[in-house]
Ligand binder design. Structure first.
Ligand code: LLP
Length: 433
């Protein structure tokens, strides 16, 4: 039997399976959760996250390492708690993320701070709590961090993010390791930057890092980046500056549409072989995976509101929109869309553009999808665990969706649906006239 998406019935994605013609997560019918909590609703599988993490843990077993979950992918507190309790550190990119990270109970020493535009206030905040490392992205930032740390009588632990000029072979908006990108310090300036950093009284050099892009589905770009980074480590250490850890960033892709990225353990088997061959086998490894830990652990449930057949296009209007699921509008991204129940035998399959209620032509979730549905049916937008809720907005004064985390038979509401009052709580009215 095949599902409406053409995939084998039992395994739509690991932990998301059809049972008795109903889509379930860890065996819990999604339909039940949608009725209980309303739609749009994000539902996550804790087992799927821990399973994805286990592949990295297997791959790096026996090596000194720290897996820092890139929390920008999904920063909901219960998701952070899940990964932190399983041993992860966190990769943050703002003071707001630092506050979330601490609220979720991470040890500050396991936090690394990435991003091209850290403010002085954010640097102070991170120094005060004692984070593990600042991943610095420019010479100007290095100097400001030095000044801020000296002002506090501290030495900031730093790693310089290098731009290895490697093509990650992914969407241009999520490719970050090429010369034309705003990220990292150009390869040819790295050694001088390290010599400078080592001489700054407010800095303590601890590592080197790179991140070449996101949704990477091949091993080659990682091997190329690793070679370039190891060349740099050799050259930097030859100048007398030692590098304790090497951070290879995140970026490993997931299956959205039949994509076949390497498994994390297989990828690391190859990368470790390369490190060993080059004599860096004992070096502490940091990684910053985001999408590959949570992306395929989540779905967004949505109800079909209206069928709007037309001469040129048929539109299926659903209650989720670009404010909940911004990836199609932003990157023309593909997410599988499947019914929660197998199609009604009495409804014909039609090709639909699945669109939301937001007043923008860009508000689409899937194009040209063959679905047999009626109004009132429930659909699951798959692979919605990463960069959906964390990028959701209130456009059209739409409240952000609720979230449920499933762990075995237990389903826990981890975020209430946002109300209109929540949205304007921080606004101030003009005085009465
Ligand atoms: N480290 C750094 C420095 C990053 O900039 C990122 C992602 C990561 C780690 C995690 O990368 P991941 O393992 O998740 O690929 N919104 C886009 C993706 C933007 C990625 C930004 N940086 C999307 O929805 O595809």
């Amino acid at each position: 039997m095949t599902t409406p998406s053409g995939l084998p019935a039992a395994a739509l994605l690991p932990f998301f399976t059809y049972q008795d013609q109903q889509l379930t997560v860890e065996g819990v019918p999604l339909d039940r959760l949608a009725r209980e909590h309303g739609t749009p609703l994000f539902v996550y599988s804790q087992a799927a996250m821990l399973n994805a993490l286990a592949a990295y843990q297997r791959g790096l077993a026996g090596r000194p390492h720290l897996i820092c979950y890139a929390m920008k992918a999904n920063s909901s507190l219960a998701i952070l708690q899940t990964l932190v309790r399983a041993g992860c550190g966190l990769d943050i990119v703002s003071g707001g993320e630092l506050e979330r990270a601490l609220a979720a109970g991470v040890e500050p020493a396991k936090v690394i701070f990435s991003g091209v535009g850290k403010t002085r206030a954010e640097m102070r905040q991170a120094l005060t709590v004692g984070i593990g490392c600042f991943n610095v992205e420019s010479r100007a930032e290095l100097d400001v961090l030095d000044e801020v740390a000296r002002g506090m009588g501290l030495r900031a632990p730093v790693s310089v993010r290098v731009n290895p000029n490697v093509d990650a072979q992914t969407h241009p908006y999520i490719s970050t390791g090429l010369k034309g990108n705003k990220f990292g310090i150009a390869h040819e300036d790295v050694i001088d930057t390290y010599i400078h950093a080592a001489a700054c009284g407010g800095l303590r050099v601890v590592g080197i890092d790179c991140h070449i892009g996101s949704q990477i589905t091949q091993t080659g770009p990682y091997l190329d980046a690793m070679d370039r980074v190891l060349d740099l480590v050799q050259a930097i250490e030859a100048k007398g500056v030692s590098i304790e850890h090497i951070d290879f960033g995140g970026g490993l892709g997931i299956d959205y549409q039949g994509d076949t990225p390497p498994e994390a353990d297989a990828l690391w088997a190859q990368l470790l072989q390369r490190m060993d061959a080059r004599g860096f086998g004992d070096r502490k490894i940091f990684i910053e995976p985001g999408r590959s830990l949570v992306g395929n652990a989540g779905v967004c449930l949505t109800e079909v509101l209206y069928l709007k057949p037309g001469e040129h296009k048929n539109f299926l209007i659903v209650d989720a929109a670009m404010n909940d699921l911004p990836r199609p509008a932003m990157y023309q991204a593909f997410h599988r869309i499947v019914p929660l129940r197998q199609p009604h035998p009495d409804v014909d399959t039609t090709t639909w553009d699945v669109v939301g209620p937001v007043c923008e032509s860009g508000d689409w979730i899937g194009r040209d999808r063959a679905l047999a549905v009626q109004s009132g049916d429930l659909l699951a937008v798959m692979s919605a665990g990463a960069y959906c809720m964390s990028m959701a907005s209130n456009y059209n004064t739409r409240g952000r969706a609720a979230e449920v985390l499933v762990d075995g038979t237990q389903a826990t509401l981890i975020r209430e649906r946002e109300t209109a009052a929540d949205q304007f709580r921080t606004e101030r009215m003009l005085p009465p006239t």
